[in-house]
Structure formats: structure tokens, C-alpha cells
Design a protein around this ligand. Structure first.
Ligand code: URA
Length: 192
């Protein structure tokens, strides 16, 4: 087994038991998709969002709705093909009525999946998209306006750069340039 296949296999093994709704960590009773992380497990950059929305739940892929289109296009402007990085969410199942995941739910999924995804992929840089992913990862309240684009202490071997969620940029396009600069910084640091 090459290291390339083994990372993909380890991720597959991590997700497999949860693909059945009966094993849903949110305890959802309705039929839904468990939306796994997607992309290149050999990347140096992981992007982490909040939770799947309707389109992500329907397609079983992260960031494929309106926010995802903005993210994909912005990455392309930076010369990044989303297939070359790894994109995931802190919570892998769509919460009922599109509500925000609670901090308990984020914590549960973080320990069940996110920390393990990070351990398998061993990225150089993590970029969280929005406050829910950052608060879930740090298990602390955050002020995105102050923290975005800064290096945040998370793990001595991994640089954490928080930025805004693409849905926020859709609501307030004046923040686009800051968002773009944060993503560019995360990408550049991952390539050093
Ligand atoms: N918002 C997120 O946080 N994640 C997705 O996958 C889609 C929308």
C-alpha cells in the first residue's frame, strides 16, 4: 500500500461506520447524507466549514451550494483547484431546519472526525471558515472581526488561520477583499 492510498483508506475507514443514518451522531431520525470531507488527502491545506446545507445534504459533498460556488470561484482566482486541497465541515450532517450546530454537537463531531481527519492528513495550515468552525475547534467563543487573517495557536505543528464564512461574504460583499487576503495567506503559508 502506498502512502497515497493509505491516507485515502484511513479516511474511508473513519467515515464508513457513520454513513448509515442509524449511526447518526446528531441522532437525526430523517434520511440524510453524512457529508464526508472531500479533496486531496495529501494536501498541506484544509478548509473547515460549519455543517452541510440543503445542497450539500442532497449531493453528499461539502460546499456545493451558493456559498460553495463563491468559495470554489475565489479559490480559482487564487490559482487553487479545490480538488488539490481538502474541504470539510466540523459537523458532517445537516442540522434540522438549517439551524447552526450547537457547541456540544460541534465538540462531538470534532472528536469523532475532525481531529482524526487532521491527524491523517497532517496539513501545514488549517483555515476555518466562519465562527462556528473556529469556536468548535478551539472550544471557546471567538471574535471573528479581530481574529480573521491572524495566526492562531492551535497545535505546535499546524498554523491556524481563521477567516469569514462564504455565506457572510455573500451577505456583506464589502468584506470580500479581506476574505480573499486571508485565503491567500493560508494558501501561501501552506506552500512555504
Ligand atoms: N456551509 C458550510 O459551512 N458548509 C457547507 O458544506 C456548506 C455550507
Amino acid at each position: 500500500m502506498t502512502p497515497r492510498t493509505s491516507k485515502a483508506l484511513l479516511l474511508q475507514k473513519l467515515y464508513e461506520p457513520y454513513k448509515k443514518c442509524s449511526a447518526c451522531p446528531l441522532g437525526l431520525k430523517v434520511q440524510h447524507n453524512f457529508v464526508c470531507g472531500n479533496g486531496n488527502p495529501h494536501t498541506k491545506l484544509i478548509l473547515i466549514g460549519e455543517a452541510p446545507g440543503q445542497h450539500e445534504d442532497e449531493q453528499g459533498l461539502p460546499f456545493v451550494g451558493k456559498s460553495g460556488m463563491l468559495l470554489t470561484k475565489t479559490l480559482e482566482c487564487l490559482g487553487i483547484d479545490r480538488k488539490d486541497i481538502f474541504i470539510t465541515n466540523i459537523v458532517k450532517c445537516r442540522p434540522p431546519n438549517n439551524r447552526k450546530p450547537t457547541s456540544e454537537e460541534s465538540k462531538k463531531y470534532k472528536h469523532l472526525f475532525l481531529l482524526k481527519e487532521i491527524e491523517i492528513i497532517k496539513p501545514k495550515v488549517i483555515c476555518t471558515l466562519g465562527a462556528t468552525a473556529l469556536e468548535g475547534l478551539l472550544e471557546n467563543p471567538v471574535k471573528m472581526g479581530e481574529m480573521h487573517g491572524k495566526q492562531v495557536l492551535f497545535d505546535k505543528n499546524i498554523i491556524l488561520i481563521p477567516t469569514y464564512h462564504p455565506a457572510y461574504i455573500l451577505r456583506d460583499p464589502r468584506k470580500f477583499n479581506e476574505w480573499f487576503a486571508d485565503l491567500q495567506k493560508a494558501w501561501n503559508l501552506s506552500q512555504e
